[in-house]
Design a protein around this ligand. Structure first.
Ligand SMILES: C[S@@+](CC[C@H](N)C(=O)[O-])C[C@H]1O[C@@H](n2cnc3c(N)ncnc32)[C@H](O)[C@@H]1O
Length: 290
């Protein structure tokens, strides 16, 4: 099981974008210093308390789902891709956290921003398939003709639950949320700047009901080299008094009053959860020309 990037690809990227590479190195060192068992336990305990789930059953079903083997095969095919492709997909550990969140919450309506080649989308969709309900709406700027498509990692048997919207979140997200009115889960993984992340969280927040969840990738990403301590996810949760957890580079948040009062009686179809899953470290995704 690996989603490792070939060393030659990383060297080419470092030559083209030295500052970005330094930031990535710092971040990766920080993330690597985290104890994965502890990080996993944190998110599973959070989900267990919020959703009254049988963690072991969900983990067991994940291992039998076949999604990890599928992703391994597609990662191998991406590495052999004869053309440019970008780095920045959600790492396996964080995808699993997202998968466990969707299995626990059992949402009907999920919105995510940031698709790239569809890694996080595939995990969300496979979790919805296992739940037997729910649809995913994903927004991305779109890919160039010479790189892999947005659905490269998305298995055929889960695409019936998926609507991909190609466009800028700044236009498409408010429009989509207005159409859907209420959503159960919002997941951010598009542009990782302080202003954009805060804007997405604030835009999605009113559409999550009392029991909705907001998730974000890149909650531990350095979003500004000039101000490395800016943490949009933590700031947002504090501003709105949300109950949250960070697990590696992924964050999940729910309303405090829900966390206090409803641990064991969560109604599955309504509400505000904020889960923030944030992807590995990049503001922009420049093609690597191979
Ligand atoms: C970190 S990648 C997403 C990774 C993806 N979630 C995965 O797991 O593979 C970020 C994506 O956000 C998209 N993006 C960046 N800014 C955007 C914007 N303003 N509107 C829509 N998509 C955007 C980029 O095109 C890129 O594909």
């Amino acid at each position: 099981m690996t989603d490792a990037t070939p060393a030659a690809t990383l060297v080419k990227k470092a030559i083209r974008h030295p500052m970005r590479s330094i930031r990535r190195l710092v971040e990766n060192a920080w993330l690597a210093s985290l104890n994965e068992t502890k990080e996993r336990d944190l998110s599973m305990k959070f989900l267990e308390e919020a959703f009254d789930i049988d963690v072991e059953e969900i983990v067991d079903q994940y291992h039998h789902s076949g999604i990890a083997a599928w992703m391994d095969r597609r990662h191998a095919q991406l590495r052999d891709f004869q053309g440019p492709y970008r780095l920045g997909h959600t790492p396996r550990f964080d995808c699993e956290t997202l998968y466990f969140l969707v299995r626990s919450l059992k949402p009907n309506v999920v919105v995510e921003t940031g698709v790239c080649y569809g890694v996080s989308s595939a995990y969300i969709l496979d979790a919805l398939r296992q739940n037997g309900r729910g649809n995913l709406y994903s927004i991305d700027l779109g890919n160039t003709e010479d790189e892999p498509p947005n659905d490269f990692f998305v298995p055929l048997n889960v695409r019936d639950r998926w609507q991909l919207i190609v466009g800028d979140c700044k236009e498409e997200l408010p429009r989509l949320l207005e159409q859907l009115e209420r959503i159960d889960l919002f997941h951010h993984d598009s542009l990782h700047t302080y202003d954009h992340m805060m804007w997405e969280y604030e835009t999605a927040f009113p559409h999550l009901g009392e029991h909705g969840v907001l998730s974000s990738h890149d909650v531990r990403t350095i979003v500004s080299l000039s101000n490395p301590f800016q943490q949009p996810f933590a700031t947002f949760c504090e501003r709105h008094g949300l109950h949250s957890v960070k697990s590696r580079n992924m964050g999940i948040a729910i309303q405090q009053k829900h966390a206090d009062s409803q641990h064991r009686t969560f109604p599955q179809h309504s509400g505000l959860y904020i889960a923030c899953l944030a992807a590995e470290a990049s503001f922009t995704y420049d093609p690597i020309v191979r």
